[in-house]
Design a protein around this ligand. Structure first.
Ligand code: UDP
Length: 140
């Protein structure tokens, strides 16, 4: 299996509860390596751009407000089949449906405040990584 990269966000509900370390440990224990990481306060424009694919969804405005309600930690993760590996350890979008042992089952507060974002394809991972990181900020 090829070593690939994916993009992750530790969302404001998790940074607020001091869970940056807890979430990162679960990612690392799942075989992912943090090759870039920074804590940022997203602007409204940044959040709207990042979630542009959801612009027509009913939850879009609430989601943007939530994502700018506090700091987030954006990360590039590397590992074998990184996109799927990360999606597996994240768990289902709605924590009520997430499997035991997943990040969202362990930490998420609600379908919106669900602690982590993870790219859903390698194509989107490349776009999302480039949205937040310069190539020289990623050190594998
Ligand atoms: N979301 C929400 N309400 C919903 C569905 C999604 O607030 O009914 C939020 C949630 O924070 C989710 C994000 O929108 O993580 C993106 O939704 P997506 O369907 O892409 O889920 P994900 O890929 O994050 O599991």
């Amino acid at each position: 299996m090829a070593v690939t990269r994916t993009f992750s966000i530790i969302k404001p509900d998790a940074t607020r509860r001091n869970l940056t370390g807890g979430v990162t440990k679960m990612l690392e224990d799942a075989g992912l390596r943090v090759v870039a990481s920074k804590r940022i306060q997203m602007t409204k424009e940044q959040a709207e751009g990042f979630y542009a694919v959801h612009a027509e969804r009913p939850f879009f405005n609430d989601l943007v407000s939530f994502m700018i309600s506090g700091p987030v930690v954006v990360q590039v993760l590397e590992g074998e089949d990184a996109v799927k590996r990360n999606r597996d350890v994240m768990g289902a979008t709605n924590p009520e449906n997430a499997d035991e042992g997943t990040i969202r089952k362990t930490y998420a507060e609600s379908i919106e405040a669900n602690s982590v974002h993870g790219s859903d394809s390698e194509e989107n991972a490349a776009i999302e990584i480039a949205y937040f990181f310069k190539p020289e900020e990623i050190v594998g």
